[in-house]
Write a protein that binds this ligand. Structure first.
Ligand SMILES: [Zn+2]
Length: 203
């Protein structure tokens, strides 16, 4: 039986990946994993909890505060190297054959690129074995295309309401940080594109 583990931050990208996995594998075969640092409150993790509850997904949250202690910050390069490796180890020891991560390629981080991902995939095969398939289904998409996926799955409003992706604030989206800008510009680009498409279809 195919099962999938989704690394879920509670933001737009990983939640869209969760919806894609549910669509493909069925919610009984999908698991979510989130990470916190030294038990610190984060709005996106609260979102992840709520999302899994509503979608009836088994959700595990692990504290990886040691990484924050080592890097003296929770915003360090190479984070995805660790998170995806941890998820792959969890999947391998729990009989889950797919690991899905919401890497989005237009990020400025080197550990979000296709080059990083392809190399990590090979490394995990060498380190853990061939039975784990690692996927990054939205790595080549821009934000408007990620909104389009949510819409086509019938979850556009769900993503709008239930996910949180701000880097500056914990109470609401600041709409000024790069993460907010990409989220909201992507949404308005998609909605414009959709409206134009609807018009064309009417003619
Ligand atoms: Zn923001």
């Amino acid at each position: 039986m195919d099962k999938a583990l989704v690394i879920l931050s509670g933001g737009q990208d990983s939640t869209t990946c969760l919806l894609m996995a549910i669509n493909k594998f069925g919610n009984k075969n999908v698991y979510a994993m989130s990470f916190v640092y030294n038990n610190k409150y984060r709005r996106d993790i609260e979102c992840a909890k709520q999302i899994c509850k509503e979608l009836n997904i088994k959700h595990e949250i692990y504290d990886i505060g040691v990484l924050q202690d080592i890097a003296k910050s929770n915003d360090f390069e190479g984070r995805n190297l660790i998170l995806i490796s941890l998820a792959a180890i969890y999947a391998n020891t729990n009989g889950i054959n797919n690991v899905i991560c919401g890497l989005a390629g237009n990020s400025s981080h080197p550990d979000c690129t296709t080059e990083f991902f392809e190399n990590l995939k090979n490394t995990i095969k060498i380190a853990i074995g061939n039975n784990i398939n690692i996927e990054a289904p939205i790595i080549k998409l821009d934000k408007s295309e990620i909104w389009e996926i949510a819409d086509k799955l019938g979850y556009l409003e769900f993503i709008e309401d239930k996910t949180f992706s701000c880097w500056n604030r914990q109470d609401k989206h600041c709409k000024e940080c790069l993460s907010c800008k990409m989220r909201f510009e992507g949404l308005s680009k998609y909605l414009k594109f959709k409206k134009a498409g609807d018009k064309n279809n009417e003619q």
